[in-house]
Design a protein around this ligand. Structure first.
Ligand code: ADP
Ligand code: MG
Length: 267
């Protein structure tokens, strides 16, 4: 199979690294061999989300400089067999690696992995170009905010000009109760704006922040949560399964909110 997928967004802080860590873990739990590549040189944090930061000895730059073999730089996740991380260097700038070098690293990984997921840095500068260079597919992550959707739209255009044919969307941090109150852009409206197929919707959930801080991907937690189900469904869709989208229902509104709604309808 050997699929190389870049997870990107344009805007920072929308959940790229969270999606990369959890989707990679979910795919590995399905028995796939998965390599996660941190392309965020300078601001790496994929290792933190995976709880692997203490185990990093070498980084991608050491592999490129011939300091160590690729195999030695890969950090293996002890909780999930078949999941490895290729760490980025933390104290270097994004210019310390070129798109050609990124391609070279991914080519070396390809024979051994079913999925190579590349966590892209924010922006559309050098780090972004490095991250998309080896990719055949892209997952665009956005939140339901105008600034994020506009940046996502720009990135979709750039992907198309890079000949990345398969581009799909994840809408992250969705809050149904806000959409119901017209305080948040609805997923359908985002799809109308971006015109790319939807891969999944992930609810805004504080469990994600807790799991991030714990260094334990939410998809591994004993107690199945809504965001974990959402990510597992995305993994299954990537595998070609036809899984219906989760219906994220708003909780029943409080009395005060219903009164507010009633009045807002009068105006
Ligand atoms: P990016 O890699 O795009 O900069 P991150 O994955 O680092 O974004 O996420 C930014 C912040 O948002 C983190 O603190 C993360 O825990 C939080 N976050 C991401 N997705 C969700 C979600 N669905 N619900 C709640 N918090 C989230
Ligand atoms: Mg990130």
């Amino acid at each position: 199979m050997n699929r190389v997928i870049v997870i990107t967004s344009g805007k920072g802080g929308v959940g790229k690294t969270t999606v990369t860590a959890n989707l990679g873990t979910a795919l590995a739990s399905l028995g796939r061999k998965v390599a996660l590549v941190d392309a965020d040189f300078g601001l790496r944090n994929l290792d933190l989300l995976l709880g692997l930061e203490q185990r990093i000895v070498y980084t991608a730059l050491d592999v490129l400089s011939g300091e160590c073999s690729l195999d030695k730089a890969l950090v293996r996740d002890k909780r999930v067999p078949n999941l490895v991380l290729l760490p980025a260097a933390q104290n270097r700038t994004k210019e310390s690696i070129s798109p050609e070098q990124m391609k070279e690293l991914v080519e070396q990984l390809k024979p051994d992995y079913d999925y190579i997921l590349i966590d892209c840095p924010a922006g559309i500068e050098m780090g972004f170009r490095n991250a998309i260079a080896p990719a055949d597919e892209a997952i665009i992550v956005t939140t339901p905010e105008m600034a994020a959707v506009r940046d996502a739209d720009r990135v979709v255009g750039l992907m198309e000009s890079e000949n990345i044919k398969t581009i799909r969307l994840i809408v992250n941090r969705v809050r149904p109760e806000m959409i119901q109150l017209n305080q948040m852009i609805a997923v359908e409206d985002i799809l109308d704006l971006l015109v790319i197929p939807l891969l999944g919707v992930v609810p805004d959930d504080q469990q994600i922040i807790i799991s991030t801080n714990r260094g334990e991907p939410i998809v591994l937690e004993q107690q199945e949560s809504l965001p974990a189900t959402a990510i597992k469904n995305i993994a299954a869709r990537l595998e070609g399964k036809n899984i219906p989208f989760l219906e994220l229902k708003a909780k029943r509104e409080g009395f005060f909110q219903r009164i507010l709604n009633f009045f807002s309808r009068l105006f």
